[in-house]
Design a protein around this ligand. Structure first.
Ligand code: HEM
Ligand SMILES: N[C@@H](CC(=O)c1ccccc1NC=O)C(=O)O
Length: 279
């Protein structure tokens, strides 16, 4: 009715929360929204903090999905693993779009607070390292920046020594009857996977007759999708870094863009890429 302000309570909206769980209670918004504490007076520092915090939240979900997907592959229960891996790819798609927000920050704006960051850097993101370990990019040297937080170090060390998502896919190939080298199956999982002929042969067979091996074929494509989006994340990162700090050294102590370009060469699932030339 004109002139009468609408009151959603008339429609049944709950308006009182004494003793009842509210939206903010459930989501612990008191904690989440009080965790942004800029250390400078630069306007863009809030953007920088929120960009990283939201990335870390999405990474938390990606880890949750990757751990579960690995378990499902190990159990031979592929359908739920497919859903989880699709979700991980979508998370990376989301993180890839998010760079557009950060890119609105110019070098001059970043320089207003960069010095205050000290030696902190995304290089020390333990969730990022966890994702790399889960995917199979195992490098024990990356544990060192976490020695000062024993629980985090122990968690990452555990992931370093556990099988990766790809190790589990290869074990599944063996269980499905493909002739996978024994050494491949028995290797300690704390070193990075290196391209292996028996694994290549197995995936080739899968791709040459998808209908016969549909679940493995679908698994392979989910893995490729994940790696595809992950590569795009690395590329977006290095391009944003070049745009914002050029070829300056990183606060984490690395050469910066040169280091990140080197990381673009990482291949998580080499056989799944190399067989494409033979199909
Ligand atoms: C203006 C924005 C950014 C700049 C200038 C920047 C710069 C850098 C640089 C130079 C490095 C190399 C390590 C070092 O510091 O020496 C690095 C690593 C890293 N950054 Fe960023 N970064 C930015 C935004 C982000 C964002 C939004 C994230 C998301 C969480 C992120 C995550 C990482 C990760 C995970 C690494 C380690 C990569 C690896 O070791 O492969 N960075 N960053
Ligand atoms: N490595 C960046 C600093 C940086 O980007 C950063 C610093 C603290 C927390 C997160 C960061 N993001 C990604 O590396 C730089 O060299 O400017």
């Amino acid at each position: 009715m004109p002139g009468t302000p609408y009151d959603p309570a008339d429609d049944g909206a709950q308006m009182e929360f004494d003793g009842r769980m509210s939206y903010g209670d459930y989501l612990a918004l008191d904690k989440v929204l009080s965790a942004q504490s800029p250390i400078s007076s630069a306007h863009d520092e809030m953007l920088f903090i929120i960009q990283h915090q939201t990335s870390e939240l999405w990474m938390k979900l990606a880890i949750h999905e990757l751990v579960a997907a690995k378990g499902k592959i190990a159990a031979g229960d592929l359908s739920p693993a497919f859903k989880m891996l699709t979700r991980v790819a979508r998370i990376f798609e989301q993180l890839n779009s998010a760079w557009q927000v950060l890119r609105t920050m110019t070098p001059s704006e970043y320089e207003e607070f960069r010095d205050q960051l000290g030696q902190s850097s995304g290089f020390q993101s333990y969730q990022y390292r966890a994702i790399e370990y889960l995917a199979g990019n195992k490098n024990a040297a990356m544990l060192r920046p976490h020695a000062h937080i024993p629980e985090v170090h122990a968690w990452l060390d555990g992931l370093l020594h556990e099988t990766s998502l790809y190790d589990e896919a290869i074990r599944l190939l063996a269980r499905e009857g493909f002739a996978i080298d024994k050494a491949m199956l028995e290797r300690g999982p704390s070193t990075p996977h290196e391209e292996n002929e028996s694994v290549r042969e197995a995936w080739l067979e899968v791709y040459r007759d998808p209908r016969k091996h549909w679940p493995l074929y679908e698994l392979a494509e989910k893995l490729v999708d994940f790696e595809d989006y992950f590569r795009r994340w690395r590329f977006n990162h290095v391009t944003t870094v070049e745009r914002v700090i050029g070829f300056k050294r990183g606060t984490g102590g690395t050469s910066g863009v040169a280091y990140l370009r080197r990381m673009l060469e990482v291949v998580l699932f080499p056989e799944l890429w190399s067989i494409r030339a033979d199909l």
